[in-house]
Design a protein around this ligand. Sequence first.
Ligand code: ADP
Ligand code: AMP
Length: 222
Amino acid sequence: MSLKLIFLGPPGAGKGTQADIISRKVSIPRIAPGDLFRKAVAEHTELGKLVQSYIDSGKLVPDEITINLMRDKLSSPEAKRGFILDGFPRNLVQAEALDRLLKELGIKLDAAIYIGVPFDRLVERSAGRRVCKQCGAAYHVKFKPPRVANVCDLCGGELYQRDDDRPETVRRRLEVYEENTRPLVDYYSRQGLLKRIDGDQPVDKVFSDIQEALGLNNNDQH
Ligand code: ADP
Ligand code: AMP
């Protein structure tokens, strides 16, 4: 199954959680610039040094850096069989750059999945988020606790709390979303690609709604 998807929605909506489930189910890579930037910061690479201050303050990393990173990822052999873009594009400049890049590569998107969650739930979701250091899987202290405290159910990696999940940085990220990213909902709606999903439901229900919107059935595991 070769799916090419974008996940849209505010920080904490559940994009990573859902993208991860689909990516494992249909064996396509989840490409998440946020994860790639955090890895670069942890490994003290040149990219990490460039992006750290933006991530720490909840601002968007400059478009040129982000677009170059995504060009590399989308041109790589792993993306040939499909992909889920989780957290890209995040503004109109990035969306237009993505359109050009996909055209060059001869790729057509299947859908832009928009996960909507009421604003007042988002701070709680991010504040309780815990992430696996090894595989990036997301947990929540209340809504999705791991089976063993601080240990990833999937790979046994150690869980940690993101620095930018502190309430004041979360609020800043929500403002950045409203100003820069929300307009993309209209952008993809005009392209006829938008699928709106109610993210204010249990993880399994959100997932089955996404499957239904994409016309996937339970046996699609190619
Ligand atoms: P995003 O990638 O959109 O920022 P995540 O997938 O990391 O969001 O989810 C944010 C937090 O909310 C995580 O702690 C995750 O476990 C939790 N979460 C995700 N989906 C749901 C849901 N449907 N109900 C309750 N909590 C959820
Ligand atoms: P995320 O993991 O998606 O919540 O992203 C964490 C942080 O990484 C964001 O607050 C930004 O600083 C940066 N980031 C992630 N995706 C992008 C993007 N498409 N454009 C610019 N910055 C991004």
